[in-house]
Design a binder for this molecule. Structure first.
Ligand code: HEC
Length: 135
C-alpha cells in the first residue's frame, strides 16, 4: 500500500488538482447578470417600465433622446453610476428648465424610479443599453 513520501505526493497532487479546478470554474464564471439580457429583452424593459412614454432613442419627447444622453456622457468613466442615480432619485435641470412643460402640460423632469418597481439588474441593463446609443 501507499506509505510515506508516496502518500504525501498523492495528497499534494489532489490539492493541486482541486486548486486548478477551482481556478478553472472561477475564471469561467458568467459575466455580471446585467450583461446577460439580450438587447431585445432590454428594449422590452423600456416599454415595461414606461420609459418610452417620455423617451425615444433618436427623437426628443418629454425627455431627451437616449442617443443624446449617450453622446453627452461619452468618455465619462462614471457615466453608468451617474445615470443610475438620476433614474433612481429622479433628475431635473440637467437637460431642461425644470419649470418647463410640454404642450400637454407635462413637466420636463425625470421622475424617481423606485427599485421595487424597476429592479436593479434591469435598470443597470437599460443604462448600459442607453450608453451604447451614441452615434
Ligand atoms: C414623465 C416622463 C419621463 C419618464 C416616464 C422617464 N423619463 Fe427619463 N427623463 C425625463 C426628463 C424630462 C429628463 C431630463 C431631466 C433633467 O433635465 O434633468 C430625463 C432624463 C433621463 C436620463 C438622463 C439623466 C441625466 O442625469 O442626464 C436618463 C438616463 C433617463 N431619463 C432614463 C429613463 C429611464 C430608464 C426611464 C424608465 C425607467 C425613464 N427615463 C422614464 C422624463 C422621463
Amino acid at each position: 500500500m501507499l506509505r510515506g513520501a508516496n502518500r504525501n505526493l498523492l495528497v499534494l497532487a489532489a490539492v493541486v488538482l482541486a486548486l486548478a479546478a477551482g481556478a478553472f470554474f472561477y475564471l469561467r464564471r458568467p459575466p455580471p447578470p446585467a450583461l446577460a439580457f439580450p438587447p431585445e429583452k432590454v428594449k422590452g424593459f423600456f416599454h415595461k417600465y414606461g420609459c418610452t412614454n417620455c423617451h425615444d432613442t433618436k427623437n426628443p419627447l418629454v425627455g431627451p433622446p437616449f442617443a443624446a444622453i449617450a453622446e453627452r456622457y461619452k468618455g465619462d468613466p462614471r457615466a453608468e453610476e451617474k445615470l443610475f442615480k438620476s433614474v433612481r432619485e429622479g433628475s431635473q435641470g440637467k437637460w431642461f428648465n425644470p419649470n418647463a412643460v410640454t404642450i400637454y402640460g407635462i413637466r420636463k423632469v425625470m421622475p424617481a424610479q423606485d427599485r421595487k418597481r424597476v429592479p436593479d439588474l434591469e435598470l443597470r441593463a437599460m443604462i448600459r443599453w442607453i450608453l451604447e446609443q451614441a452615434r
